[in-house]
Design a protein around this ligand. Structure first.
Ligand code: 1GP
Length: 256
């Protein structure tokens, strides 16, 4: 298995306290015009990753969307798949998610078995990721589709032990996700507890729709913040998020 230059970058950035911005592009929600606007904005305002995927993927636009991004942007594209069918070799890498907050074997290992031969043949860099859904006030598509109960909102220690177990099993990234369009983001206490429990880079997303929420997630220990919905609603939000991450990184450099 190739473990990866993408991973090395994430890991180095984590070691140096540098944060990253990932923009989630959901093929179900984005038409070409919206995608073009996001790509144009990403030329002026640094974006570190595009994540592509969604809980349903109700159309066949994913391949076209990735082709479109790759033809216009050098930002790495990572698949954020909800199903083994959502592989695409045009992307640079894949967040190979094991849904460790849940107890559904299909999303812990089943889908992975189905995808394994195709993944082996592909050129995708594989990023084994412990995926943790967190309860953020209402049922999300991800928890409904996966038939799993998310981690409780206010039990940081359960999230920490889950991440610890994931790291001990060899997962190389952790992703705390309140779910797309979450009413409120994952609690800072939960992010902090997971940050303290594991060494691997920590991705945090779901419901980050203001500058303050982004800053709170970064301060609590997120290495990568993921923004989807709010950029779909208002693409200029990408510029705000890029500024937040850059100024956070600047402060880190200056304080050393
Ligand atoms: C969802 O973490 C992502 O899986 C992003 O969430 O769409 O709420 O930004 P939002």
């Amino acid at each position: 298995m190739r473990l990866t230059s993408l991973y090395d970058t994430l890991s180095n950035r984590r070691m140096h306290g540098q944060k990253s911005l990932a923009v989630l592009l959901d093929p179900d929600n984005l038409d070409e015009a919206a995608c073009r606007q996001v790509l144009e904005l990403s030329e002026q305002h640094t974006v570190d990753y595009f994540f592509v995927g969604g809980s349903l993927v109700m159309n066949s636009r994913q391949a076209a969307l990735i082709r479109f991004i790759k033809s216009r942007s050098a930002v790495p594209v990572l698949l954020f798949p909800s199903h083994s069918l959502h592989l695409d070799d045009q992307a640079d890498g894949i967040l190979l998610l094991s849904l460790i907050s849940g107890r559904n074997p299909d999303f812990l290992i089943g889908q992975h078995v189905i995808a394994a031969p195709l993944l082996r043949q592909s050129n995708l860099q594989i990023l084994p990721t412990g995926y943790m859904l967190v309860d953020t006030g209402r049922q999300t598509t991800a928890s409904y589709i996966s038939g799993t109960t998310p981690l409780p909102y206010d039990k940081p220690s359960i999230a920490a032990c889950t991440a610890m177990a994931g790291e001990q099993l060899g997962l190389r990234l952790m992703y705390l996700d309140g779910g797309s369009g979450a009413l409120y983001p994952v609690a800072a206490a939960t992010i902090r507890a997971v940050r303290q429990a594991v060494d691997v880079p920590l991705i945090v997303g779901g419901g980050i729709n203001t500058i303050e929420k982004a800053q709170a997630a970064l301060t609590a220990g997120a290495d990568v913040i993921v923004i989807g919905n709010q950029i779909e609603k208002s693409p200029e939000f990408l510029a705000d998020m890029s500024r937040v991450v850059r100024s956070f990184n600047q402060t880190q450099v200056l304080s050393k």
